[in-house]
Design a protein. Structure first.
Length: 202
Protein backbone atom coordinates (compact mmCIF):
# COMPACT_ATOMS: atom_id res chain seq x y z
CA UNK A 1 0.00 0.00 0.00
CA UNK A 2 1.16 3.54 -0.75
CA UNK A 3 0.69 5.69 2.35
CA UNK A 4 1.27 9.44 2.57
CA UNK A 5 1.94 11.16 5.90
CA UNK A 6 1.80 14.89 6.56
CA UNK A 7 5.14 15.60 8.27
CA UNK A 8 4.94 19.37 8.59
CA UNK A 9 6.57 20.11 11.93
CA UNK A 10 8.60 16.90 12.12
CA UNK A 11 11.76 18.86 12.95
CA UNK A 12 10.16 21.06 15.60
CA UNK A 13 11.23 20.77 19.22
CA UNK A 14 7.67 20.58 20.47
CA UNK A 15 5.04 18.11 21.57
CA UNK A 16 3.70 17.90 18.03
CA UNK A 17 7.17 17.41 16.60
CA UNK A 18 7.76 14.61 19.10
CA UNK A 19 4.45 12.99 18.16
CA UNK A 20 5.18 13.06 14.42
CA UNK A 21 8.73 11.77 14.80
CA UNK A 22 7.84 8.89 17.09
CA UNK A 23 4.90 7.90 14.87
CA UNK A 24 6.90 7.99 11.65
CA UNK A 25 9.83 6.18 13.26
CA UNK A 26 7.53 3.29 14.16
CA UNK A 27 5.51 3.36 10.93
CA UNK A 28 8.41 3.03 8.49
CA UNK A 29 9.52 -0.17 10.22
CA UNK A 30 6.35 -1.90 9.03
CA UNK A 31 7.39 -3.72 5.87
CA UNK A 32 5.25 -4.16 2.79
CA UNK A 33 4.19 -0.52 2.42
CA UNK A 34 5.66 2.49 0.66
CA UNK A 35 5.66 5.73 2.63
CA UNK A 36 5.56 9.20 1.14
CA UNK A 37 6.39 11.94 3.65
CA UNK A 38 4.59 15.08 2.54
CA UNK A 39 5.42 18.63 3.65
CA UNK A 40 4.72 22.25 2.69
CA UNK A 41 7.12 25.06 3.49
CA UNK A 42 8.11 28.24 1.68
CA UNK A 43 11.31 29.05 3.59
CA UNK A 44 14.91 28.40 2.63
CA UNK A 45 15.11 25.35 4.83
CA UNK A 46 17.51 22.75 3.44
CA UNK A 47 16.35 19.82 5.58
CA UNK A 48 12.80 18.57 5.74
CA UNK A 49 13.26 15.33 7.65
CA UNK A 50 15.35 13.95 10.51
CA UNK A 51 18.44 11.87 9.81
CA UNK A 52 16.90 8.61 11.03
CA UNK A 53 14.86 8.48 7.80
CA UNK A 54 17.86 8.63 5.48
CA UNK A 55 18.59 5.61 3.31
CA UNK A 56 15.28 3.78 3.81
CA UNK A 57 14.18 2.13 0.58
CA UNK A 58 10.48 2.26 1.47
CA UNK A 59 10.46 6.03 2.21
CA UNK A 60 10.27 8.91 -0.25
CA UNK A 61 9.62 12.61 0.15
CA UNK A 62 7.44 15.22 -1.49
CA UNK A 63 7.98 18.84 -0.55
CA UNK A 64 5.68 21.58 -1.84
CA UNK A 65 7.41 25.00 -1.81
CA UNK A 66 4.35 26.86 -0.50
CA UNK A 67 3.41 27.67 3.08
CA UNK A 68 0.74 25.36 4.44
CA UNK A 69 -1.46 28.42 4.90
CA UNK A 70 -1.80 28.65 1.11
CA UNK A 71 -2.29 24.93 0.56
CA UNK A 72 -4.89 24.78 3.35
CA UNK A 73 -6.74 27.74 1.82
CA UNK A 74 -6.74 26.10 -1.62
CA UNK A 75 -7.95 22.77 -0.23
CA UNK A 76 -10.61 23.97 2.19
CA UNK A 77 -11.78 27.38 0.94
CA UNK A 78 -11.36 27.20 -2.82
CA UNK A 79 -12.05 23.44 -3.06
CA UNK A 80 -9.28 22.89 -5.58
CA UNK A 81 -8.31 19.49 -4.17
CA UNK A 82 -4.78 20.86 -4.40
CA UNK A 83 -3.14 18.19 -2.27
CA UNK A 84 -4.90 15.34 -4.05
CA UNK A 85 -3.68 16.66 -7.40
CA UNK A 86 -0.11 16.81 -6.06
CA UNK A 87 -0.34 13.23 -4.81
CA UNK A 88 -2.04 11.78 -7.88
CA UNK A 89 1.11 10.47 -9.56
CA UNK A 90 2.17 8.67 -6.38
CA UNK A 91 -1.00 6.51 -6.41
CA UNK A 92 -1.64 7.09 -2.72
CA UNK A 93 -4.22 4.82 -1.11
CA UNK A 94 -4.20 6.34 2.39
CA UNK A 95 -3.29 9.78 3.75
CA UNK A 96 -2.58 10.26 7.45
CA UNK A 97 -2.65 13.64 9.19
CA UNK A 98 -0.98 13.42 12.62
CA UNK A 99 -1.49 17.10 13.49
CA UNK A 100 -5.25 17.58 13.26
CA UNK A 101 -5.76 18.31 9.56
CA UNK A 102 -6.24 16.17 6.46
CA UNK A 103 -7.15 17.75 3.12
CA UNK A 104 -10.45 16.90 1.45
CA UNK A 105 -10.04 13.98 -0.95
CA UNK A 106 -12.17 12.47 -3.65
CA UNK A 107 -10.55 9.03 -3.93
CA UNK A 108 -7.86 8.82 -1.25
CA UNK A 109 -8.84 7.41 2.14
CA UNK A 110 -7.77 9.52 5.11
CA UNK A 111 -7.17 9.28 8.86
CA UNK A 112 -6.66 12.27 11.14
CA UNK A 113 -5.38 12.46 14.71
CA UNK A 114 -7.05 15.06 16.92
CA UNK A 115 -5.07 16.14 19.96
CA UNK A 116 -7.70 18.58 21.21
CA UNK A 117 -10.62 20.47 19.73
CA UNK A 118 -11.84 23.95 20.63
CA UNK A 119 -14.77 25.14 18.49
CA UNK A 120 -14.49 28.65 17.03
CA UNK A 121 -16.31 30.99 19.39
CA UNK A 122 -16.44 28.38 22.14
CA UNK A 123 -15.57 28.76 25.80
CA UNK A 124 -11.87 27.98 25.35
CA UNK A 125 -11.41 29.72 22.02
CA UNK A 126 -9.55 33.02 22.25
CA UNK A 127 -11.36 36.04 20.86
CA UNK A 128 -8.06 37.53 19.69
CA UNK A 129 -7.38 35.19 16.81
CA UNK A 130 -6.09 35.90 13.32
CA UNK A 131 -7.67 34.81 10.08
CA UNK A 132 -4.92 32.15 9.86
CA UNK A 133 -5.94 30.74 13.24
CA UNK A 134 -9.56 30.55 12.11
CA UNK A 135 -8.50 28.94 8.83
CA UNK A 136 -6.69 26.10 10.62
CA UNK A 137 -9.36 25.66 13.30
CA UNK A 138 -12.07 25.38 10.67
CA UNK A 139 -9.86 23.03 8.65
CA UNK A 140 -9.66 20.80 11.73
CA UNK A 141 -13.46 20.80 11.95
CA UNK A 142 -13.79 19.85 8.28
CA UNK A 143 -11.10 17.19 8.69
CA UNK A 144 -13.08 15.51 11.47
CA UNK A 145 -16.20 15.48 9.33
CA UNK A 146 -14.60 14.43 6.03
CA UNK A 147 -11.95 11.91 7.07
CA UNK A 148 -12.67 8.20 7.00
CA UNK A 149 -11.42 7.68 10.55
CA UNK A 150 -10.45 9.85 13.52
CA UNK A 151 -7.86 9.06 16.17
CA UNK A 152 -8.34 10.86 19.50
CA UNK A 153 -5.40 10.96 21.90
CA UNK A 154 -7.62 10.74 24.98
CA UNK A 155 -11.11 9.78 26.05
CA UNK A 156 -11.75 13.46 26.83
CA UNK A 157 -10.92 14.46 23.25
CA UNK A 158 -13.17 11.69 21.94
CA UNK A 159 -16.09 12.89 24.08
CA UNK A 160 -15.54 16.49 22.96
CA UNK A 161 -15.70 15.46 19.30
CA UNK A 162 -18.86 13.42 19.82
CA UNK A 163 -20.50 16.34 21.64
CA UNK A 164 -19.60 18.80 18.86
CA UNK A 165 -20.21 16.72 15.75
CA UNK A 166 -22.82 14.34 14.42
CA UNK A 167 -20.33 11.57 13.72
CA UNK A 168 -20.54 7.88 14.46
CA UNK A 169 -18.85 6.61 17.61
CA UNK A 170 -17.33 3.87 15.48
CA UNK A 171 -15.44 6.48 13.46
CA UNK A 172 -13.39 7.62 16.46
CA UNK A 173 -10.76 5.49 18.17
CA UNK A 174 -8.76 6.48 21.26
CA UNK A 175 -5.03 5.81 20.93
CA UNK A 176 -2.86 7.28 23.65
CA UNK A 177 0.49 8.81 22.59
CA UNK A 178 3.58 6.79 23.31
CA UNK A 179 6.95 5.67 22.04
CA UNK A 180 10.47 7.09 22.28
CA UNK A 181 11.52 10.13 20.29
CA UNK A 182 14.18 8.91 17.83
CA UNK A 183 15.91 12.32 17.74
CA UNK A 184 16.53 12.92 21.44
CA UNK A 185 18.40 10.56 23.72
CA UNK A 186 17.86 10.01 27.42
CA UNK A 187 20.67 11.65 29.36
CA UNK A 188 22.44 10.01 32.24
CA UNK A 189 21.38 10.91 35.74
CA UNK A 190 24.76 12.41 36.53
CA UNK A 191 24.35 14.83 33.62
CA UNK A 192 21.10 16.20 35.04
CA UNK A 193 21.66 17.26 38.66
CA UNK A 194 18.57 19.46 38.89
CA UNK A 195 16.32 16.56 39.84
CA UNK A 196 18.23 16.10 43.09
CA UNK A 197 17.59 19.75 43.97
CA UNK A 198 13.81 19.45 43.84
CA UNK A 199 11.76 19.27 47.05
CA UNK A 200 11.03 15.73 48.15
CA UNK A 201 7.32 15.80 47.22
CA UNK A 202 8.23 16.41 43.57
Amino acid sequence: MNIAVDVNGILEVSGMGYHIRSFVNSLVKIKGNNYLLYSCHSGKRKRFSPDFLNGLDNVSFKHVPFPNTITTFLDFKVNWYFTEKILKKFKIALFYGPSGIVPPFGRIKSVVTIHHYYPVGGEFFSKNVTWKDKLFFNATKDSILNSDAVVAISEYTRRTILEEFAVSENKIKVIYPGGPDPVFKRIKECEYPFERQLPEKY
